[in-house]
Ligand binder design. Structure first.
Ligand code: NAD
Length: 499
């Protein structure tokens, strides 16, 4: 069984802590590898080495840094199949979905190829008599990226590409459930020309994270994960004066208006709710039809689509729609919430509780579930289920559907399905959610825009990727300059003699 260590100063290194975590094959339930968990001393050592390496990297001109991104992007493309396999092997998602995971991260690497343009700064000529002002963006130094299990490629790429293109060094602490993709990306970055030590991958759990939060050399923390941990990390990082962007969980609502194309809405809901077994922060977990007739039609159209879903391992020769969830504990938690939904009076229209896959009985597969007549006081509405469970909350009017979405404590993504531009526009303007889809179920913006949720889905004031990433990973310095009369007003042009 392989033992995964750390990637420090361009080399794979074994950890010294003696502590490690199991990495499961979610399809079989077997342990397939073990990952070393770093101690505080190991984290501090990696940070100190990164600080040394950052000096030269930060002084390297942005165009040369961008060339590393270009070579890295090319290598990601060449290794697409291998990376997707690594993602699928530890996470369990299907290969097409795993390729999407890599691709959506690669897209931000492509944006970072334009770092010289993004870092250009500002200039005011003659802000006063003979006075010029200019602003420059300077790297922060050493920053930390702490990432979740559900996008083993995309989120580490969002973190590392921006940080490195801006001239920082980064300590990446990937999820201990899926560390291999990040380790491989670090190797590819080295092959692309990144100097050793500029990206250190330190594997670990809370001990490593706390060491990063308390380390005084670390200037910024970029986190993605669940809301309680996001809130904790934001508080502890900012307490020591670091800048922090911490993205949390979600409960994404999709409003379906009576005038919507119901087949398209049902197709969108099935993909957005059950894709990746519902383990996406932008998954739609709450369908909100407006009017009883819309709700009945939606259920009618959803049920056959859900019953036709194929669940299986990524290695299956048949096309599979989604794979297992990440751990046995995640499976138990999801099934526990399903039980609570039944007990609290929701109508379980599609019941996946008895789902079992021949040959994979110990895998972490969860069958698809659909609940109707869910109310906001139920646990299946209040909790982020993070599994293949779609809930439907019936509403009587557009205003009620909008209010439901706005009253929810999370604000990551939302969508509306309608044929009416005025309703769609009103929704996009008024809703207090960070990313909005109009006839678009998972509105993850393209990489040259930015990604970020509101309310309990995001803490900190700059989004990830896009122009905000260049702001987050740099400090602005502004110079106000005046030159008193110089050589042009009376300098001596004769060769000066020393007195
Ligand atoms: P998680 O919060 O359990 O873990 C995220 C990271 O935090 C991991 O690297 C983990 O090692 C670390 N961590 C966990 N517990 C910690 C603790 N007590 N102290 C310090 N560090 C700790 O999240 P997860 O289960 O890996 O990911 C799923 C969650 O991430 C979901 O809630 C999902 O909605 C969210 N998510 C959000 C976004 C977004 O952009 N908003 C994107 C993807 C995932």
């Amino acid at each position: 069984m392989s033992q995964i260590g750390h990637f420090i100063d361009g080399k794979h290194t074994a950890g010294t802590s003696g502590r490690s975590a199991d990495i499961f094959n979610p399809a079989t339930g077997e342990v397939q590898a073990s990952v070393t968990l770093a101690t505080k001393a190991e984290v501090d050592d990696a940070v100190a080495r990164a600080a040394e390496a950052q000096k030269e990297w930060g002084a390297t001109n942005p165009q040369r840094r961008a060339r590393v991104m270009m070579a890295f992007g090319a290598l990601i493309n060449t290794h697409m199949d291998e990376l997707a396999e690594l993602v699928a092997r530890e996470h369990g998602k299907t290969i097409p979905d795993a390729k999407g995971d890599v691709q959506r991260g690669l897209e931000f690497v492509e944006v970072c190829m334009g770092a010289p343009h993004m870092l250009k700064g500002e200039y005011t000529n003659d802000g006063g008599p003979g006075i010029d002002l200019y602003s420059m963006r300077q790297p922060l130094g050493v920053v930390a990226g702490i990432t979740p299990f559900n996008f083993p490629a995309m989120i580490p790429l969002w973190k590392m590409a921006g940080a490195l293109a801006c001239g920082n060094a980064m300590i990446l602490k990937p999820s201990e459930r899926v560390p291999s993709t990040a380790m491989r990306l670090a190797e590819l970055l080295q092959e692309a020309g990144l100097p050793d030590g500029v990206l250190q991958v330190v594997n670990g759990d809370k001990e490593a994270v706390d060491a990063l939060l308390d380390n005084e050399t670390i200037q910024a923390v970029a986190f993605v994960g669940s809301t309680p941990i996001a809130q904790y990390i934001y508080a502890r990082a900012t307490a020591t004066g670091k800048r922090a962007q911490c993205f949390g969980g979600a409960k994404n609502h999709m409003i379906v208006m009576p005038d919507a194309d119901m087949d398209k809405a049902a197709d969108a809901l099935v993909g957005a709710a059950y894709g990746a077994a519902g383990e996406r922060c932008m998954a739609i977990s709450v369908a909100v039809p407006v009017g009883e007739k819309t709700a009945d039609t939606l259920i009618e159209k959803l049920v056959p689509r859900i019953e036709a879903l194929k669940v299986g391992p990524y290695t299956s020769e048949n096309d599979v729609d989604y794979g297992p969830v990440i751990t046995a504990a995640a499976k138990q938690r999801i099934l526990g919430l399903v039980e609570s939904g039944v007990k609290q009076g929701a109508e379980l229209v599609v019941d996946g509780r008895d789902f079992s896959l021949q040959g994979y009985e110990n895998g972490f597969f969860v069958g698809p579930h659909l609940f109707d007549r869910v109310t906001p006081d139920m646990d299946i509405y209040k909790e982020e289920i993070f599994g293949p469970v779609l809930t439907q909350v019936r509403t009587a009017s557009y205003e009620e559907a909008l209010k439901l979405t706005m009253d929810n404590p999370y604000g990551n993504g939302t969508a509306i399905y309608t044929a009416d531009g005025d309703t769609a526009r009103d929704f996009a303007h008024r809703v207090n959610v960070g990313m909005v889809g109009i006839n678009f179920p998972i509105p993850v913006p393209l990489s040259y825009h930015t990604f970020g949720g509101w309310k309990k889905s995001g803490f900190g004031d700059l989004n990830q990727y896009g122009p905000d990433a260049f702001r987050f990973y740099t400090r602005t310095k502004t110079v106000t300059a005046r030159w008193f009369s110089g050589i042009k007003d009376g300098g001596e042009f004769a060769f000066k003699q020393m007195d």
